[in-house]
Write a protein that binds this ligand. Structure first.
Ligand code: ZN
Length: 79
């Protein structure tokens, strides 16, 4: 079971990956230095450090599906 607070929703444009909103600083349309071609290796269990260019927060992505990156730690507050 994936903990919801560890998920980061993303959007893709071509092979580029965007966050509609950064979970840390709230900036919108954050362009991650990560490509859809990187996702299969994350799914296979290769951890990937992802740096958010907006606020320099980092997450370690440990899994990914079509809509979400799964981070090693909680990235959102349940309100
Ligand atoms: Zn940010």
């Amino acid at each position: 079971m994936i903990p919801f607070e560890n998920t980061v929703p993303y959007e893709t444009v071509g092979t580029d990956i965007y966050l509609s909103e950064c979970p840390f600083c709230g900036r919108s349309n954050v362009h991650l230095k990560l490509r859809t071609t990187d996702l299969p290796s994350i799914r296979e269990g290769r951890k990937r450090l992802v740096v958010f260019p907006c606020c320099h927060e980092t997450i370690t992505a440990i899994d990914a599906d079509r809509d979400y990156l799964l981070a090693e730690r909680p990235v959102r507050t349940i309100r």
